[in-house]
Design a protein around this ligand. Structure first.
Ligand code: GTR
Length: 388
């Protein structure tokens, strides 16, 4: 009995220290520039790739503790497959998957449409692309997949809102499964959903799941970046015009760009509930978004941006790109990160994505516009460099 009491006390004590509640924003040090990914929280430098692996875990925790909340666990999964149908004109084969996810007595379903080139001789790379629709889901037609199939890619199309609602009520999707046991906001919940779709695709012989691409536009671009940062199975991450909460920096504002205070005001549900403590304390955030991009390294990352898409801070993304590239350089993978500006507003381009995927998976040459910077270097963005 006494031993039990002692053990119980010991456990509570160690839990109290282990939990080490993250310090509130007001107690965190001010960092004016983009924080140095090569310095641990205790000030020690990153010198080796082993150090980076540890720092990478630390950065993951910072994003979970302060911004997005924690990645929910993997639940039990059962996949039910529909009939395979083939559209001879489009040369596209399709199958509907119903992905049942269960935890305790609760279950939810994700519906995924998978389409692949019907004449492929071997397993093909796959693009995980959420449908950008706010209404009831429409099953995509074979024709809508033709462009991808022609170029040798499969596509998995799904509704992220099956896995997490885009609203304040935390009652459906992953929240229905885990209730109060999870603290994540919508972006991390959607990242979790990308991971579940990848689990389901891994079982298909038509698909080479080692060549998985995650993408999304705007809010789903933010989610795609979080998905790529938190799952090493993803080979290529393409957050399209992801802006604030995605690839754009919180600290560097150049025009009428969306800022932290705007996004936590309009979409508090995308983040941890207490992320708003940084609304007027942006420089106390221990991370900035170049560090989320750096978590993807050394796996491939493409940043599609629009020079006229001011709200998404395209100039700021040039700075986070430059900062994240330092980590790619450190890992000797600088050819795996790229940026592509188009002279457009808030419009995605599948061509850029496929051109970059061809470069990554088939070693095809990149069109000349890739990697072309549009703004002058901001010397104040960051002063640190790759450790020598
Ligand atoms: C905007 C929001 C952006 C972006 C966009 C969207 O209103 O400010 O961060 O996510 O919505 O996803 O449509």
């Amino acid at each position: 009995m006494r031993l039990f009491l002692f053990l119980a006390l010991l456990t509570t004590a160690s839990l109290a220290t282990a939990a080490d509640a993250p310090k509130p924003a007001a107690e965190l040090p001010e960092i004016k520039e983009l924080p140095n990914p090569f310095t641990f929280a205790d000030g020690k430098p990153v010198r080796t790739t082993e150090d980076w692996a540890k720092r990478r875990d630390e950065i993951k925790n910072l994003f979970q503790d302060y911004e997005y909340g924690h990645l929910p666990p993997k639940p039990k999964m059962t996949v039910t497959r529909g009939e395979v149908t083939t559209d001879a004109d489009a040369k596209v084969s399709m199958q509907q998957l119903t992905v049942k996810l269960e935890h305790d007595a609760n279950s939810i379903q994700m519906r995924v449409t998978v389409a692949w080139p019907s004449e492929a001789k071997e397993a093909v790379p796959v693009l995980l692309q959420p449908a950008f629709s706010f209404g009831p889901p429409k099953a995509p037609s074979a024709k809508s997949f033709r462009t991808f199939a022609k170029r040798g890619y499969a596509v998995a199309s799904f509704n992220l809102t099956d896995a997490a609602p885009d609203g304040k009520a935390r009652t459906t999707g992953v929240y229905k499964l885990y209730g109060d046991k999870i603290d994540c906001g919508g972006l991390m919940a959607w990242a979790w959903a990308f991971h579940r779709v990848l689990d389901a695709l891994g079982e298909m012989k038509e698909i080479d799941a080692k060549k998985a691409i995650v993408t999304g536009h705007s809010r789903y671009g933010k989610a795609a970046l979080v998905a790529g940062a938190f799952d090493d199975r993803i080979a290529l991450t393409v957050p399209s015009h992801s802006g604030c909460g995605g690839s754009a920096p919180y600290r560097l504002i150049y025009a009428k760009n969306e800022e932290l205070k705007n996004i936590v005001g309009a979409f508090p549900n995308w983040f941890r509930p207490d992320f708003n403590q940084f609304a007027d304390k942006v420089t106390r955030l221990p991370v900035d978004q170049h560090m989320l991009m750096a978590l993807v390294a050394p796996r491939a990352l493409l940043q599609p941006e629009g020079t006229q898409d001011t709200w998404t801070n395209p100039e700021g993304v040039q700075q986070t790109y430059a900062a994240a590239k330092k980590v790619y350089e450190f890992l000797k993978a600088e050819d795996k990160i790229n940026i592509r500006y188009r002279p457009v507003g808030h419009i995605p381009s599948n061509d850029d994505l496929l051109d970059y995927a061809d470069f990554v998976f088939a070693k095809k040459a990149l069109p000349a516009d890739f990697g072309k910077l549009q703004y002058k270097e901001d010397k104040k963005a960051f002063s640190w460099d790759v450790p020598k």
